[in-house]
Design a protein around this ligand. Structure first.
Ligand code: NDP
Length: 237
């Protein structure tokens, strides 16, 4: 448990999967949590009711909407940008517009949300983006575009850590490996292949990812910044 009493947190992309586990964990630990979603209205409303958090529909592929949502929720003690999509397949055949939309959600939204949050963020604030071990390692074909979006977050963290460090604001990336969600079910067709790359041959739970995120958002992590935190069962080892 991390004591988030009195802290205001915004989770971008919190209706399902890892984001929903982060909402649950932060709310349980006492934070005042707002989360965004794009399509999963019913899941978002149910989670808001369950956790006492607030749900706001805001599409992360829309820069203006994202910036406006962050500005309206501020000042934030904690920003977590979790929203992300994964488009895998033959690079010669994937739809170019779909790839660009993934870059909008996975790269442009975290950057603009982080910068906007920092405008109002108090001393000691926390910015955490959910990246992927694929930012470090892409061991199978078809993942170039997804991997590039997650590698880009590494530069984001290193650079913004320098920009906001003088104010005690930390910027970190959590890099999960295979994690059991709608995006990557533990019984999905790629699960066995993924487990073959791992030292601990199972998907993580969303709660395990939320635990690391809570640590980085908490008071013990005030000297951790500009860093990537891989939680992947040895996928990248
Ligand atoms: P899910 O598909 O299970 O959930 C994605 C969440 O992001 C949903 O709450 C969804 O909301 C939200 N979201 C997606 N697109 C948008 C958008 N345009 N605007 C606002 N919210 C959006 O994914 P995961 O929980 O598995 O993934 C979460 C993050 O973790 C992603 O960044 C992903 O890349 C990363 N990751 C996941 C891994 C895995 O194995 N699962 C491994 C490594 C990294 P809604 O449904 O309402 O649109």
């Amino acid at each position: 448990m991390t004591d988030f009493t009195g802290k205001k947190a915004l989770v971008i992309g919190g209706s399902r999967g890892i984001g929903a586990a982060i909402v649950r964990r932060f709310a349980k630990d006492g934070a005042n949590v707002t989360f965004t979603y794009a399509g999963s209205h019913d899941a978002a409303q149910a989670l808001a009711t369950e956790t006492g958090s607030a749900a706001v529909r805001s599409d992360a592929s829309d820069r203006d909407a994202t910036v406006q949502t962050v500005a309206e929720q501020g000042p934030l003690d904690i920003l977590v940008v979790n929203a992300g999509i994964g488009i895998l397949g033959n690079a010669l055949e994937l739809d170019a517009d779909a790839i660009d939309r993934m870059i909008d959600i996975n790269v442009r939204a975290p950057y603009h949300a982080a910068v906007e949050a920092a405008r109002q963020m108090p001393e000691g604030g926390r910015i955490i983006v959910i990246g992927s071990v694929n930012g470090d390692r892409m061991p199978f074909a078809g993942g170039a575009a997804y991997a590039l979006t997650k590698s880009a977050l590494q530069g984001l963290a290193r650079g913004l850590a320098r920009d906001f460090g003088p104010r005690g604001i930390t910027v970190n990336i959590v890099q999960p490996g295979p994690t059991d969600t709608d995006l990557n079910p533990s019984d999905g067709p790629m699960a066995g292949m993924m487990h073959d790359f791992m030292a601990i041959r199972r998907h993580a739970t969303s709660e395990e990812i939320a635990g690391l995120t809570a640590y980085l958002a908490g008071p013990e992590a005030s000297i951790i910044t500009g860093a990537m935190h891989t939680i992947d069962g040895g996928f990248g080892a």
